[in-house]
Design a protein around this ligand. Structure first.
Ligand SMILES: Cc1ncc(COP(=O)(O)O)c(C=O)c1O
Length: 433
């Protein structure tokens, strides 16, 4: 049996200085608090000496796994140079050109550090570009933690209001009470819900914003034709379309969900996997919209924007992902799809009601007997007790998913990792009956 004694002691110590003992309170929700000391490829080792097959990947960014030689080499080279200039250097446009080559909507782009920042800027840009104020967003979608973004994400069932007129639900104490005044909330994956909002208020709506795959509420895919219909509706009502591709970007495909589904938004945000684990985010989109940063009075800044260390990682990551005809992401998605099938099969054999949703490189487990899972409300019947038991036991058996039931698969995961994972999860499922 694994011991987590050293991790537990470290957390106790950390609580005396760091709020909650963690750097991001989301992490405190993990069933077993782990302190890591090293990792390589798809494997991590904690300070008690336990090894894990890592499906958390730092909550998504480590698309090449840990210590990928190309990334290590780029960091080494960059470490001999100044850590930052706060001014221009060649990596900025080199990385911008790589993103432009991959992302259909990226006529122009700008760089920042976190996904939250990128979304904040994207919302400002679409309001400025359209001269309108309202943004339509969807229940269960996560766009960052700031006041303007944290709305109707993981709201409790009693807060949601009627399905045909969902309430905008604030996500935090201390959030400005008027944060929700500038948004309209709808159910996702339901074209008629959006149609009805646009019919009534289309002239006030700057943009429709969404995760094109609902990764933050169980990796739910858009229904066939949904994204195309949203695009059409936006065009009809003169609204912009904003895809938040912080997860799907450089995970679903090198050009994100927009390339995978062939639906081009006006503006898109990227983060997480762009730099393989370093802090880089991106707002990309139509040139006339992004150029508002130059001469359109839209303010934006950031001390760390475009810093060389992070961009060296972005350059190495994007080069690796683009090489060999995109083999790295194809592999991650193929292996992830095989894992999804394997996990479904295990659950069936153990008589556990389980659905697995997503695309290979990102998927999530739903402990539910429901077959219709299309939006956040559909996930509320998931058995959270069983999920929690699964997560605790998965970690005890050496499999480390995101602590909400998501699995991220990297280019570094191997067939052997997948086989070992399924063998470990078979033991986990045997304890869940
Ligand atoms: C879709 C989406 N948008 C925005 C964010 C915020 O990104 P960050 O945590 O880098 O601020 C996240 C983070 O999980 C995300 O999943």
């Amino acid at each position: 049996m694994r011991s987590f004694e050293k991790s537990r002691a470290a957390l106790d110590r950390a609580r005396g200085s760091l709020a909650g003992g963690v750097s991001s309170p989301f992490r405190a929700k993990a069933p077993v608090p782990l302190y890591f000391e090293n990792g390589c490829g798809a494997r991590l080792r904690d300070i008690d000496g336990n090894e894990y097959i890592d499906y958390c990947l730092a909550w998504g960014p480590c698309i090449l796994g840990h210590r990928h030689p190309r990334l290590v080499e780029a960091l080494r080279r960059q470490a001999e140079l100044p850590i930052d200039y706060g001014a221009q250097h060649e990596l900025e446009y080199t990385v911008a050109e790589q993103i432009q080559a991959a992302v259909p909507c990226a006529e122009r782009l700008t760089l920042s550090s976190s996904g939250t920042e990128a979304v904040q800027l994207a919302m400002r840009l679409v309001r400025a570009a359209s001269g309108r104020n309202l943004i339509v967003r969807f229940e269960g979608h996560y766009h960052g933690w700031v006041d303007s973004a944290l709305i109707s994400y993981r709201a409790a069932i009693e807060q949601l209001g009627p399905a045909e007129a969902p309430r905008a639900v604030l996500g935090s104490r201390g959030q400005s009470p008027n944060s929700a005044e500038n948004v309209l909330v709808a159910r996702w994956n339901d074209p008629s819900a959006l149609e009805s909002i646009l019919r009534q208020r289309g002239g006030e709506i700057a943009a429709v914003m969404m995760e094109p795959v609902l990764c933050n509420s169980g990796c739910l895919l858009p229904r066939p034709g949904y994204l195309e219909r949203v695009r059409e509706l936006c065009d009809r009502h003169g609204c912009l379309l904003l895809f938040d591709e912080v997860i799907t970007g450089f995970r679903m495909s090198l050009g994100g969900a927009q390339r995978h589904y062939g639906v081009k938004p006006d503006v898109a945000t990227f983060g997480k996997a762009v730099a393989g684990g370093a802090a880089v985010s991106v707002v990309a989109g139509r040139a006339d919209i992004l150029d508002l940063l130059v001469d359109g009075g839209v303010a934006f800044g950031g001390s760390f924007n475009g810093n060389p260390m992070a961009l060296a990682c972005a350059h190495a990551t994007l080069s690796e992902l683009a090489s060999d005809g995109g083999a790295a992401l194809a592999h991650a998605n193929r292996l992830g799809s095989a894992l999804m099938d394997g996990i479904r099969d295990l659950a069936r054999r153990h008589g556990i009601a389980l659905d697995v949703r997503g695309f290979g490189a990102a998927f999530a487990l739903h402990f539910t007997g429901r077959s219709e899972l299309h939006d956040y409300r559909d996930t509320l019947a998931d058995d959270t007790g069983q999920l929690r038991a699964f997560l605790t036991r998965a970690v005890e058996h050496g499999v480390y998913p995101v602590p909400d039931g998501r699995f991220y698969v990297s280019a570094a995961h191997t067939e052997r990792d997948a086989e070992e994972t399924l063998a470990a999860l078979a033991r986990v499922f045997a304890t869940l009956r």
